[in-house]
Design a protein around this ligand. Structure first.
Ligand code: AMP
Ligand code: MN
Ligand code: MN
Ligand code: MN
Length: 301
């Protein structure tokens, strides 16, 4: 792969726990969940972008991590891979994502949670397939399952299949028309998932020696009052930090996120939530820890 431009990335200057001057991205996906790149291609991309510290945080799976670690070792790539996961949870009828960072991926409590989350994913996928069949699209479950392969099956796989078969004009429309949840009941083929609670996810992450971060707090479509309630509950469940920096956040949102961290004494994390190359976001782009935040990596001495 050609060396990609690094022009968008100002150097990070963060003086904590050996992470000084390092380019850091703590949220990314591979094709072991709904990312577009293999673990090896993701590592190559991160290396080409001169990222020093990358977390792989696939949805409810850690299957990509050994492959990425082996590749880094084999090619002698100067990159620190943080072992991570993004766990889907249910809170007050909303789907909230909790990122676990620096986990022991073989921990028994975490492994058992992954198994039950995978079972919930499979069950939801089957029901979603049945509902889509009633919408006039037979065989979508089989195609989504084939696309997911051995990885976590997600709604993104269904959206991609619906798009590829010409039933919607883009993936977002698949969520808006069929599988998304706007309003109390969701769209025609929406299926309420049976995710674990925030508390169970945080506990499993802690059992695995990791730190628990609330992923992308701005993306839950919550009013300010509800978002604060969520953060209070997350804090009471012993969550460690908030993802205060995502590439798409505007300065106002960044300031707001930082204020939540300060109000509740939470650490701050940052990541691109990279899924596949597109023009809006990329690995490591536009990620700078705000002044005054306690970086989550300060916990990793
Ligand atoms: P799941 O974890 O199975 O609910 O799948 C959700 C994934 O679909 C998210 O992690 C996103 O990567 C992707 N996605 C894309 N557009 C949307 C949307 N409008 N709403 C929810 N998820 C979306
Ligand atoms: Mn995703
Ligand atoms: Mn997420
Ligand atoms: Mn994610």
């Amino acid at each position: 792969m050609a060396l990609l431009s690094t022009i968008d990335f100002p150097p990070l200057i963060i003086e904590t726990q050996g992470y000084a001057h390092r380019r850091i991205d703590l949220h990314s996906h591979t094709n072991y969940s709904d990312g577009g790149l293999s673990p090896q291609s993701l590592i190559d991309r991160a290396h080409n972008y001169q990222i020093d510290v990358l977390a792989i945080t696939d949805h409810d799976t850690v299957a990509a991590i050994d492959i990425a670690d082996n590749y880094i070792e084999e090619k002698n790539i100067p990159l620190t891979l943080i072992h991570g996961i993004e766990i889907s949870t249910a809170w007050e009828g909303f789907e909230i994502h909790i990122v676990g960072l620096n986990i022991d991926k073989n921990n028994e409590v975490l492994t058992n949670l992954i198994l039950s989350q995978q079972a919930a994913r499979e069950l939801r996928a089957c029901t979603m397939g049945e509902k889509l069949e009633k919408c006039g699209f037979p065989g979508i479950y089989d195609d989504a399952k084939a696309l997911a392969g051995t990885g976590s099956i997600t709604r993104a796989h269904f959206a991609k299949v619906l798009y590829q078969q010409g039933h919607v004009s883009n993936m977002q429309q698949a969520f808006d028309k069929y599988i998304g949840k706007k309003g109390s009941k969701g769209q025609r083929a929406y299926v309420k998932p049976n995710w674990c609670s925030i508390e169970v996810a945080i506990n499993a992450i802690h059992e695995a020696g990791g730190t628990a971060v609330m992923a992308h707090p701005i993306r839950y479509d919550l009013s300010a009052k509800w978002l604060r309630r969520l953060i209070v509950d997350f804090n009471e469940a012993k969550g460690d930090g908030l993802e205060v920096v995502l590439p798409q956040m505007n300065p106002e949102q960044r300031k707001k996120m930082l204020s939540y961290c300060l109000d509740y004494d939470l650490y701050a994390s940052m990541g691109s939530d990279f899924h596949y190359p597109n023009k809006w976001s990329d690995l490591g782009r536009n990620l700078t820890m705000p002044v005054g935040a306690k970086p989550i990596w300060a916990l990793w001495s």
